[in-house]
Write a protein that binds this ligand. Structure first.
Ligand code: SIN
Ligand code: MN
Length: 192
């Protein structure tokens, strides 16, 4: 896994957030359901050709927001980060937007709903610090944790592409980027 700590300047972080405001206006955040039908604590939406979705039927990509409208385009600023750091010949087809309030967390999981695992997953952190935990390809075993801070870019590629990962907690109030306490994480992915 490659961590580019503080790679995005504060000015570019602000530009990214303003691009996200128009995405969220067109494709409002929602709380996906887990396989057990319980709403996730993280609220989500997407930009791009596909958006990530989950309900009792499982995890998958869908080509429309649950409201029926097409997903808005991926903001240029996010595409620029992908083109600079992903090391991929392709452009991402999904930018998943995760909004963590101070109490939100994300359990350990793998990103495996994409067709081609040779394509990386690139994650951008904005706002309050989030404690990221990375484990193994199989469930269980030892794990390591690192605080992801605003402006950090993490690339999961190669042997790290299918490692379990999640967010244990948010340190509310550690950043002044967003208007209220919380964290935004963007994950950019090639889906097909
Ligand atoms: C994710 O795995 O979808 C999000 C990870 C993060 O919030 O850093
Ligand atoms: Mn993930």
């Amino acid at each position: 896994m490659r961590l580019h700590a503080g790679w995005i300047s504060p000015e570019d972080q602000r530009a990214l957030v303003s691009g996200l405001r128009s995405v969220i206006a067109a494709a409002p955040l929602f709380a996906p359901l887990t396989g057990w039908g319980k709403p996730m604590s993280v609220r989500m939406t997407s930009a791009g050709r596909f958006g990530w979705y989950s309900d009792r039927k499982g995890y998958r990509y869908i080509d429309r927001h649950p409201s029926g409208s097409a997903w808005p385009p991926i903001p240029d600023r996010a595409l620029e980060v992908w083109r600079a750091l992903a090391g991929s010949a392709r452009d991402p087809e999904c930018c998943l937007i995760n909004w963590y309030g101070p109490e939100a967390r994300m359990g350990l999981h793998q990103d495996r709903d994409e067709a081609d695992f040779t394509e990386p997953v690139l994650s951008i952190s904005l706002g309050d610090d989030g404690l990221f935990r990375v484990g193994n390809i199989d469930r269980g075993g030892p794990s390591e944790s690192v605080w992801l801070r605003s402006g950090d870019v993490l690339v999961m590629e190669g042997a790290s592409r299918l490692l379990h990962h999640g967010i244990d907690r948010i340190a509310a109030g550690t950043s002044t980027l967003l208007e209220r306490p919380g964290r935004i994480n963007l994950t950019l992915r090639v889906v097909t």
